[in-house]
Write a protein that binds this ligand. Structure first.
Ligand code: TTP
Ligand code: MN
Ligand code: MN
Ligand code: MN
Length: 390
């Protein structure tokens, strides 16, 4: 055709850690469909397919403009046949029939509801579904034995499935900072995870704690946890000890993606007045008593408005010598982290973890006291947190 407008093809490097991915996604319809299929694969024990869909979605998230035709995608990395079929379907029909069918499927809906309970993983959810339990009420009626985490997860199901706002994250940060200052003056608290990347909402709030003098961070976690508990801020907590020094598999290569820092998975009781954030958070802590008249976002059955909400909070402690690696490893996104490790291994013969970077060719650890230095060691251009939203 003579007068067909030539649309330029996109191009982008193949590792997500070589790209800048902001929250300004110009292809949300496409990436929503691919992300849903990724989630379904992950819920079906098909992690390989899950990663393939996540990588495809990440490529589209990094494009500067909306995709209008398949020809623009020629030459882009990470777009396999299946992902391209999904993209084609959305471009031609406005929606992906596969994603829509998945969304409607009873199995997917049940897996979503059940794994939406804090403490319930895919394996447990599958077992329950096999026994005919596909919803919360059935679960409660079944009188299945639940562990402590699952009981807390079920009790606070509604709150924990409501996105955490930035104001709420700031209020939690004020509480955590007060706790840290009270138990170890000089220790530092850093917001990590999605909120560090600039996300407007999150499923939890993540913090990394350290002390500028190596070794002074030892024992910090139990002290912070017991301070928080004594002030009435904890609905649930499970602390896992640091197992890094006992690891036999080499510090840069933990057996899974999990690292070995001392960490605490918790559920905070965030008072309503603290949720207004900033200065008021402190007052909220001092008057933890549920106060009258406070506006509440949700109702407890028959008891009137609830003057607090439950919020998932993750706490991690690292020694200062590993701080940069911990910061990089806990800022995310999950795909960005995975891609960093893949880049390190496949392109640089290095092993990257949240503890260290090991150079296999030189047989030595590469030190770093900032994220910038780690990117430099890896031969990558520095990508700031707000551009790690792959
Ligand atoms: P999440 O809190 O699960 O995710 P997020 O903060 O990016 O997004 P959300 O709004 O849903 O909370 O994880 C935070 C980061 O920490 C993520 O990049 C994965 C990383 N991480 C772990 O979760 N566990 C680990 O053991 C390590 C090493 C990293
Ligand atoms: Mn833009
Ligand atoms: Mn998070
Ligand atoms: Mn988290």
């Amino acid at each position: 055709q003579m007068n067909e407008v030539e649309v330029e093809a996109f191009s982008t490097p193949s590792y997500a850690c070589q790209r800048r991915t902001t929250l300004d996604n110009h292809n949300a319809v496409l990436t929503d469909a691919l992300s849903l299929l990724a989630e379904n694969a992950e819920l079906s024990d098909e992690d390989g397919r899950g990663v393939a869909f996540r990588r495809a979605a990440a490529v589209l998230k990094s494009l500067p403009e909306p995709v209008t035709g398949l020809t623009q995608l020629r030459g882009l990395p990470c777009l396999g046949g299946h992902s391209l079929r999904v993209i084609k379907d959305v471009l031609e029909n406005g929606a992906s029939s596969e994603a829509e069918a998945t969304k409607q499927s009873e199995r997917f809906k049940a897996l979503k509801v059940l794994t939406g309970i804090f403490g319930v993983g895919v394996k447990t959810a599958e077992r329950w579904i096999r026994d005919g339990i596909v919803g919360l009420q059935q679960l409660q009626l079944s009188e299945r034995p639940l562990n402590r985490a699952q009981r807390a997860g079920l009790r606070h199901y509604e709150d924990l499935n409501r996105p955490v706002t930035r104001a709420e994250a700031a209020a939690v940060a004020a509480v955590v900072e007060e706790a840290v200052a009270a138990v170890l003056p000089g220790a530092r608290t850093t917001l990590i995870g999605g909120f560090r990347r600039g996300k407007l909402t999150g499923h939890d709030v993540d913090f990394l704690m350290t002390h500028p003098e190596e070794g002074r961070e030892a024992g910090l976690m139990p002290k912070v946890v017991s301070w928080l508990d004594s002030q009435g801020f904890l609905l649930y907590q499970k602390t896992t000890r640091n197992s890094y020094l006992e690891a036999k598999d080499g510090p840069a290569r933990p057996p899974s993606n999990m690292d070995r820092f001392e960490r605490c998975y918790s559920i905070f009781k965030l008072p309503e007045e603290a949720r207004r954030g900033g200065e008021e958070a402190r007052r909220g802590a001092e008057e933890a008593e549920p106060c009258s008249g406070a506006a509440a976002a949700s109702q407890v059955k028959g008891e009137g408005p609830k003057p607090w909400r439950a919020v998932r909070v993750d706490l991690v402690v690292s020694p200062i010598s590993q701080f940069a690696f911990a910061l990089l490893g806990w800022t995310g996104s999950k795909l960005f982290e995975r891609e960093l490790r893949r880049w390190a291994g496949h392109e640089k013969a290095m092993s990257l973890s949240s503890h260290a970077l090991y150079d296999n060719k030189q047989s030595r650890y590469l030190r770093a006291s900032s994220e910038e230095e780690i990117f430099a060691h890896l031969g990558l251009e520095y990508v700031p947190p707000s551009e790690r939203n792959a």
